[in-house]
Ligand binder design. Sequence first.
Ligand code: GLC
Length: 448
Amino acid sequence: MNRRDYLGLMGTAAALAAASPSNLAFGQQTRPADDGKPTTSTVEDRERRMKWWHEAKFGMFIHWGLYSTLGRHEWVMENEGIPVAEYEKLAPNFKPVPNAAKAWAQLAKRAGMKYMVMTTKHHEGFCNFDTRLTDYCAPKQGPGRDLVREYVDAARAEGLRVGFYYSLMDWHHPDGGRCKTDEAARRRFVDYIHGQVKELVTNYGKLDILWYDVAWPLDAKGWESVEMNTMVRKLQPDIIINNRSKIPEDFDTPEQRIEASQNRPWESCMTLNDSWGYHAADFNWKSPTTVIRNLITCARDGGNYLLNIGPKPDGTIPEESVRILSAVGDWMSKSGATIYQSDPCQPRRGNYLSFTRKGNTLYAHVHYWPGETVVIGNLLNKVQSAKFFATGQPVKFEQDDYRIRLTGLPKKAPDLVTTFALELDSEPKQDHEGKRAVKPREPAYKSV
Ligand code: GLC
């Protein structure tokens, strides 16, 4: 569609927003990423920038800041009503070991993750990076050095893509609350935020992801989000931006749940226990099997999985997180190829398994091992061959109109999650309802 047709379709207000000078500065005059909503990129450009991200599927989130020193969740300042002056005293006492991020990056790689996203500044307002805009930052406080620089170097050393989380909401900045009602305060605060975002996208080389969080208390206009993200894209033309600056940008961010977006890239972010920041008393850890199953669900529905660690105040990773992610990594080293670069997969339901696929190959991942026979109901395809994915060992199977039975299997599950690869004659499709409607009913007992 050419630009004139597109403007004609959009209606005046939306067209004006899309045609703002900042957009046109990019010379991008094709389809906008989200019809009618202000945006700073196009669908075509998004597809180019996001190819690696879609293939990667699995990333590590890292929440680390002054709250880690208290060990009672990253919202401790607000939820315990801690005054700013009292909270600030944590800053000189934040003394992490040098290069703690090396172990994060090594663990991410071991787990099969392909990218990392670290909190450069969380809601508390403390900056883990070097900034000229406040003294409330790691180099000028306890750490005495730029923790974001260490993280960037560590991620790159392991060949992982680099993402920055940045909280727009700020509980420390004097204008962070009153900016809603006081225009002079808003001006100062937005200059501060844009200034920091500019520092972040200028000072660390090529970045892969910008992950904004909580846009309270302003809207997109108040934050000047279009201008902010236009500036970001000018300095980082390949960067991927999430949807939390109150404009949709490149991807959606369902939190603590897996929910596919319609026709939009999405990434489900999740904690390993119930907190993002280090929480010493939170032992509600997910099992490796749960993590693997969640990753499979994301891949099946065309999304990514961003899984969090909350390092301790010294920067070391809680032992349970290491244990869980190492087990996930063992599985990924054998079966990761059923996740990376996989295509969205329509077959969804089984009581003890779930699916991913690549082309006509269906991967059946068994979470609860039923014993010597594994059965998949109501597939519409013909199975041509079946094997254990991890070992390549062939599996016997029988297929009729309603089910495929994989037979002669071991009594006990060979793996944490055992994966079968089924070669089908066409793209996998499952239709429970359709089959239910036509299934012959030959009851042994007659209805009365
Ligand atoms: C929420 C929380 C925050 C966490 C984030 C991760 O917005 O406020 O603590 O960083 O989710 O998605």
